[in-house]
Design a protein around this ligand. Structure first.
Ligand SMILES: [Zn+2]
Length: 285
């Protein structure tokens, strides 16, 4: 397997630092793999490609090289789209933008999206009269929930019902371990107001509100969601670095300082991790 070389910060904290500052997956560090490094500075191995279309979704670009992610990310997108489609059948599909390149690293138009844990999802939209319609693309929604379509001859409306169901699935899907849903403050406010008005449980609204964030160092994300998954415990052992908060409702990462020398050597040899059971997220928590 070919890996792209890139400089990375020391990975996985103090444990692997025992073996020096590791760079990319190499024969010298066979234990590294999957999503390696931080989203803005890392690589990807063992990626799977999101199909060009499936139940409830289509890719924004039917062709193109940047639709690869860790299997958990691709499964999360497929699952979320299918869930919205099943709950509200007959609507327009979720339009999925870029994930990552097959081996990670920088891709055009993105600072992150380098380690297979990021994906852009266009908003579900409706006509001004409220009929579901396919997203016209990356159009910017204001606080009134309206956006001018690319030809400026019409408006499209944010489909709060479908977008909330998408958020709800990303927050509650047990294996997703979503870390962030980057989106503008105005759209977050509309979605939370909608969820409160629907009487959604606070155990869902609170994580959704915590995960939705307008980033301070990039575009306000008023034209799409940017979804980022957290590292699971196993992925962290294999080199995944979080680069963000570790929410209370996600499974804890391993305490690497507590590992024995034997366990550290097993990681270095690339033996299957036996340190913790597979992490999971409580549904609805
Ligand atoms: Zn993005």
């Amino acid at each position: 397997m070919k890996y792209r070389r890139a400089k990375l910060p020391c990975v996985v904290g103090t444990a692997l630092a025992t073996f020096g500052c590791l760079a990319t997956p190499t024969p010298l560090a066979p234990g590294l793999g999957g999503s390696v490094g931080v989203p803005h500075h890392g690589v990807l191995t063992g990626a799977v490609e999101l199909p060009s279309a499936g139940p409830g979704f289509v890719r924004y670009r039917p062709r193109g090289p940047n639709h690869w992610g860790i299997p958990r990310l691709v499964a999360t997108v497929v699952r979320a789209a299918a869930t919205v489609d099943r709950e509200l059948p007959g609507g327009a599909p979720l339009v999925v933008g870029d994930l990552s390149a097959k081996h990670g690293g920088k891709i055009p138009g993105h600072r992150s999206h380098r380690t297979g844990r990021d994906v852009d999802l266009l908003f579900f939209t409706t006509t001004p009269r409220g009929a579901s319609e396919k997203s016209p693309g990356f159009v910017r929604f204001g606080p009134d929930g309206l956006a001018a379509t690319p030809n400026d001859r019409a408006f499209t409306r944010l489909d709060l019902e479908r977008n909330w169901r998408l958020v709800r699935t990303l927050v509650t899907y047990p294996n997703a371990a979503t870390q962030w849903l980057f989106v503008s403050r105005d759209i977050e406010a509309m979605l939370i107001d909608y969820a409160l008005a629907r009487g959604e449980p606070l155990e869902v609204i609170w994580p959704a509100e915590a995960m939705m964030l307008q980033p301070g160092d990039s575009s306000p994300h008023d034209d799409h969601f940017h979804v980022r998954l957290a590292c699971t415990a196993e992925e962290a052992v294999a080199g995944c670095e979080g680069g963000g908060p570790r929410w209370d409702w996600l499974a804890p990462l391993p305490s690497l300082e507590a590992l024995s020398l034997e366990e550290l050597l097993a990681i270095e040899r690339g033996d299957p991790p036996v340190l913790l059971p597979l992490p999971s997220v409580e549904s609805g928590a």
